[in-house]
Design a protein around this ligand. Structure first.
Ligand code: ADP
Ligand code: MG
Ligand code: MG
Length: 879
């Protein structure tokens, strides 16, 4: 037997204990400590859930005894008894993970109401309707969550009864209706389960706790964790609390509020409530709630008290709070507080405002923003001058623009979305089970539910635009149609959502590039004061280089030259070069390419003057510049069959011969990078001349030029680099001699093959810098072809958790990361001051950046739009 403590009374906990008590339990305990009214209770620790999972569902020894003694203490403190014929105690049994997962796990309310207690409960409250309302809610929730009765069976009965009584709201049902409903619900459960629901509240409690444990492992919870990088082995705590009742009539209510607007970050009232209801009605989006401001009129005292509590909680936690509350006959209770999920724009605004308000230091503020949130801000927005009229409007539940084809179920959204098609998921209301569809879609539209529903919270957290509660739409999931007025939309029709206004458009609207606002610039500016890693961009045009510089790039870490070879006006010369049969012909073709290359470099050096630019010499295999083998064969055949022009046929045949000659089975492991340059030294020589001429021309014209760094790709042997370096240095020397100019030029190499990482100390002898080409290093290090694997086994590996993440998106720390570490150590053994950069997708990935910081690399380089994220992530990596 272990001596792990599984049970905590609420008075034993505080906010620092979230690993043990879960976020909800820790914060409930903290509120209690602060003297905020919270119903009493106890928490079953996450350790109990973990132990249960490890024992395949078997509770650890002593846990049930612990629960019973904790319950006895609670009964003692409240003066009530679970299942008691007098003063019955009613409980809520609530999940509560270490990291909040809104609505993904289960909660059971009103546990303790039964045939034995329902009448007393009604008499005590002098409100039998309330007692029966609680009872029908209990049977429904318990049946669904604990016993697994399909939810729609209850929902259908409820809908049928309302229709029969000619009412639209649950609150309009009478006591007798509710009594009948309880009986019907029990029948439904009996039919479905082949037995009665257990009637002993203690047994129900045991099963409810067990159900909450199990809800840790529901598919939706797994999907949510995966999308939010939450480990699967943490388990959930279970909070058992006395119920307070928002459904005790017109002076009772329940609601959710945020201390600031979670969409925009503005410090203003934001919340919703419902009179005569329980919390699930609001958070699960069952009824569309009313704006919080209206509570001032209905329940003025509780309202004022709520505002004061909101202020206190925010000041205490120094962060925006998301709060659940219930008012029972005029008395306010807090049921939950947590750091509020917010959009990226709101995160930045709140962080910045709180620094200005003197609540947070800059460094603390940086820690309140996730790097992935900056990413969200870099997405396109609806063109403000679109001049189109919306077809309908809902609540602006999560901002941003979504353009996509309508789909009506989450599976289709997930499938088509992941296949790369932009889709918009339309649902009557979204339930947590739709989470995979939300992830796969551009945005979500619902007919039902408010802005504090779980669907809205989750959408905001993921940066998915969401329009909720669009009451003007009618949805038929069977017909797959969306009807607005007399307009009918079918699956596949394209619509646009504006999550910032709630507008819905029946067509695709134009999007414009994102606008980086002042909050964004301010926060990233603070990041620059903190970070150690340099941030450069991957850019190979004047435009990209200019954009990168605007976004704060401190140079170019990777300028690929192959795009300059691909451009339509270059391709003929490039092909002539490849097809050249003699050295003279080749030299002549290169002579034509040189000025074009020079022109490109001039643009880039102008954009980057004063900053370093790493130019990588030609990397791809030559066949990429030639037609496809199959197509060229077909062309030759066609020309022969149709008896085409003899010269034309000859030319096509010659080209085909060359395509065949250059064809390789594994071009990515073939004649490319420096291997090509070893075969055709004229190419690196020409490129070097173009680079030097460009640098000098820019200096001449602008008074200043970029720092020239020439980089040799795909080096495996130090002898390759030695030979290439000689070619480059000779060309540099000749160019400078011819002009009588001086220019500092450094020569380095990519480290993108395992062999290079292993012999990095030898390679460093000939290198002024290394740049880890982590894309190729991932391909060659793991032995995965990126082009073939993605969508294939790699996606399955990620889905099945064979590997935690796609290694092309986030560095494989142990494997490929180990090679980077080897390379860095080897290089610095030979040259302690060796500059070490990273280019490749990983240079813009926050998790990878944290790893590169650990290794003490010099800089990362990423695409221009990711530069601000990299600057920010680099700061987060040292905090
Ligand atoms: P979730 O994590 O899905 O939000 P919760 O455990 O917070 O689940 O419960 C959902 C809702 O149930 C809460 O928003 C709250 O309104 C209501 N609730 C939970 N516990 C109680 C309680 N003790 N008394 C009254 N309502 C409760
Ligand atoms: Mg909650
Ligand atoms: Mg490469």
């Amino acid at each position: 037997m272990s001596d792990t403590k599984y049970l905590y009374d609420m008075s034993e906990g505080d906010a620092t204990m979230r690993t043990v008590l879960g976020g909800k339990g820790a914060n409930l305990a903290e509120m209690k400590r602060l003297g905020i009214p919270v119903p009493d209770g106890f928490t079953v620790s996450t350790a109990a859930c973990v132990a249960t999972m490890e024992a395949h569902g078997e509770w650890p020894e002593g846990l049930w005894d612990d629960v019973q003694t904790a319950l006895a203490r609670l009964e003692e403190r409240t003066g009530r008894t679970l299942g008691g014929a007098e003063k019955p105690l009613l409980l809520s049994v609530r999940s509560g993970a270490v990291f909040s997962m809104p609505g993904m796990m289960d909660t059971i309310l009103n546990l303790g109401v039964s045939d034995e207690t329902v009448e007393v409960l009604g008499a005590e409250a002098d409100n039998p309707r309330f007692a029966w309302d609680s009872y029908r809610r209990f049977v429904q929730m318990y049946g669904e969550v604990v016993e697994g009765v399909p939810p729609h069976l209850f929902e259908d009965e409820l809908t049928a009864l309302k229709a029969d009584r000619g009412v639209s709201q649950d609150t309009e049902l009478s006591t007798e209706d509710l009594k009948a409903l309880v009986a019907t619900f029990k029948d439904v459960a009996r039919r479905e389960l082949g037995r009665d629901l257990p009637s002993d509240p203690r047994e129900q409690l045991r099963r409810a706790i067990d159900a909450v444990f199990r809800s840790w492992d529901t598919p939706r919870a797994r999907v949510y964790r995966k999308a939010n990088d939450i480990p699967d082995d943490l388990g959930t705590a279970v909070n058992v609390m006395q119920m307070v009742f928002g459904n005790r009539g017109e002076t009772s209510a329940t609601g959710v509020c945020f201390t600031r607007n979670p969409s925009t970050g503005v410090h203003e009232l934001y919340g919703e409530f419902l009179v005569n209801a329980q919390g699930e009605d609001v958070v699960a989006g069952i009824r569309t709630p009313r704006p919080l401001a209206e509570m001032q009129e209905v329940l003025p005292e509780a309202y004022e008290q709520l505002l004061a509590t909101m202020r206190d909680l925010e000041a205490h936690y120094k962060d925006m709070q998301d709060i659940e509350f219930t008012v029972e006959e005029g008395t306010l209770y807090l049921l939950q507080t947590r750091s509020g999920k917010r959009t990226a724009a709101a995160a930045l605004k709140v962080a910045r405002d709180m620094v200005e308000e003197g609540v947070l230091t800059r460094e603390e503020a940086l820690q309140r923003v996730a790097p992935s949130q900056l990413d969200q801000l870099l997405h396109p927005a609806i063109d403000p001058d679109h001049g189109k009229t919306p077809v309908t409007k809902g609540l602006p539940a999560s901002p941003g623009a979504a353009v996509g084809a309508l789909v009506f179920d989450a599976d289709t959204a997930a499938e088509r979305g992941h296949a790369g098609e932009p889709v918009v998921l339309v649902r009557y209301e979204t339930t947590p089970d739709d989470i995979h569809g939300v992830i796969g879609s551009q945005g979500v539209l619902t007919a039902h539910g408010g802005m504090t529903s779980h669907a809205a919270v989750v959408a905001r957290g993921m940066g998915k635009p969401c329009v909720a509660g669009a009451q003007g739409i009618r949805i038929s999931t069977s017909e797959k149609t969306l009807t607005v007025g007399d307009r009918v939309f079918n699956e596949g029709d394209v619509i646009t959502l504006d999550g910032s206004t709630g507008d819905v458009y029946g067509e695709a609207l134009e999007l414009v590039p994102p606008q980086i606002n002042e909050d964004f610039s301010a926060i990233v500016g603070w990041a620059d004061e903190v970070r150690r890693l340099g941030v450069r961009a991957n850019a190979d045009t004047y435009e990209d280089a200019t954009k990168a510089r605007e976004l704060g790039a401190e140079g170019i870490g990777l300028c690929r030259t192959e795009h300059m070879f691909m451009a339509a006006d270059r391709l003929p010369a490039v092909r002539d070069m490849i097809l050249a049969e003699t050295a003279e012909d080749r030299a002549e073709a290169l002579e034509r390419i040189l000025p074009m290359q020079q022109q490109d470099f001039e643009g880039i050096f102008t954009a980057m003057k004063g900053l370093p630019v790493t130019v990588r010499l030609l990397d791809p295999p030559l066949h990429e510049f030639l037609p496809d083998l199959v197509e060229q064969s077909l062309l030759v055949q066609r020309l022969e069959l149709t008896g085409g022009d003899a010269d034309e046929i000859a030319a096509a045949r010659q080209l085909l011969g060359q395509v065949k000659r250059l064809h390789e089975q594994n071009p990515m492991l073939g004649t490319r990078g420096c291997r090509l340059a070893m075969l055709y030294p004229e190419i690196p020589e020409m490129q070097t001349r173009a680079i030097i001429r460009a640098a000098l021309a820019v200096r001449e014209r602008e008074g200043e030029t970029a720092g020239v760094e020439i980089m040799i790709p795909l080096v495996a042997y130090s002898s390759e680099l030695k030979a290439q370096r000689e070619i480059v240095e000779r060309a540099v020397a000749e160019e400078l001699e011819a002009t009588g100019e001086q220019l500092d030029v450094t020569v380095g190499t990519m480290i993108e093959l395992p062999r290079a990482a292993i012999v990095a100390d030898q390679i460093a002898e000939h290198a002024d810098f290394f740049s880890f080409g982590t894309n190729d290093l991932t391909q060659t290090g793991i032995g995965i072809s990126r082009d073939d694997a993605e969508g294939g086994f790699l996606s399955a590996y990620v889905a099945d958790e064979v590997i935690p993440k796609n290694p092309f998106e986030s560095i494989d720390r142990d494997g490929v990361g180990g090679l980077v570490r080897l390379g860095a150590e080897g290089g610095r053994r030979t040259k302690p001051e060796l500059k070490l950069g990273v280019c490749g997708e990983h240079g813009g990935d926050p998790a990878s950046i944290a790893f590169f910081e650990e290794l003490g690399l010099t800089y990362v380089s990423c695409s221009p739009f990711r530069v601000p994220i990299a600057r920010f992530a680099a700061a987060r990596a040292v905090l």
